[in-house]
Design a protein. Structure first.
Length: 283
């Protein structure tokens, strides 16, 4: 799977960003345009978000919790199989084998049902998968935590399993960060099948009830987001607010009827917001 978010994250060189942008432009008619929500929030030690997929198609990534060193969400693969995926970067090059051992992502913990490996071609790093048959219309909960350890940060991924009514600790990865916590929060919808037919399929999801736990220990609600996209020039994309949550839509006969690209959105200020109950223990 190719990633089109790297220029937004600011972790790659200008030269590499330029190559990716040109690649995005060549996706017209081949893939849906990747659409993103860039959230307004400060440095944190935990990031919580929820996603409800309303329309999916084979080869789709619905990222709930993205940050400056990784991303976390659910995928429908090209063959229709569904998974939970959690990935963390360790470099901005493409060859996963070229990264020195002491600079690679390290796995500190994994659930027995989680599969782990390395990825390349989109930066490099560690990735993990949980086979999970998520459902359209169901709301799923995600939590990422960060713990600084010297020049590295340990990122843990927790998944709220609705059938079990409990949180599952899926994975903990450690990567070189120069001692940074969470930042640069985002969500996205991406078509990674890219076979021309996939561009005709609508994909849409709602994101909401997002929170960041600050380094001081306060939980702060995320209420602002900016609508962004990759450089695929197609215009059948949309974003907005529905039922008190942000939504993203791309592909098919979608019309840009709500929020214009690069505009910001803000949830209603009169809505009462409370921190979700029963979250796993964080720093």
């Amino acid at each position: 799977m190719r990633r089109s978010m790297l220029p937004l994250l600011g972790i790659v060189s200008l030269a590499f960003s330029t190559v990716l942008l040109k690649a995005d432009e060549r996706l017209e008619g081949i893939a849906c345009r990747s659409v993103h929500l860039a959230y307004t929030a400060g440095e944190g030690v935990a990031f919580y978000n929820e996603v409800t997929v309303e329309k999916s198609a084979p080869g789709t990534y619905f990222c709930a919790c993205g940050w400056n060193k990784g991303y976390y969400g659910i995928q429908e693969k090209g063959d229709g199989k569904k998974v939970v995926i959690f990935s963390v970067w360790d470099s901005n090059q493409n060859n996963a084998k070229a990264v020195e051992d002491d600079k690679r992502v390290k796995m500190l913990y994994k659930d027995e049902k989680v599969h782990v490996g390395r990825f390349g071609g989109e930066g490099t790093g560690g990735q993990s998968f949980l086979d999970y048959d998520w459902k359209v219309g169901e709301t799923y909960r995600f939590l990422v935590t960060a713990k600084v350890d010297g020049n590295r940060t340990e990122y843990a991924g927790f998944f709220g399993v609705p059938e079990e009514k409990e949180w599952k600790h899926l994975i903990t990865f450690s990567t070189v960060t120069e001692g940074k916590n969470l930042g640069g929060y985002y969500s996205f919808v991406e078509d990674f099948k890219r076979d021309k037919v996939s561009a005709t399929k609508v994909r849409t999801a709602r994101y909401g009830n997002a929170w960041v736990k600050s380094v001081k220990g306060d939980w702060l609600a995320i209420t602002k987001a900016r609508f962004t996209a990759d450089k695929n020039p197609v215009t059948n994309i949309n974003a907005g607010i529905k039922d008190g949550r942000f939504f993203l839509t791309t592909g098919g006969e979608t019309k840009n009827a709500d929020t214009k690209l690069n505009d910001s959105m803000e949830l209603p200020s009169e809505t009462k917001r409370t921190v979700p109950e029963g979250l796993p223990k964080t720093n």
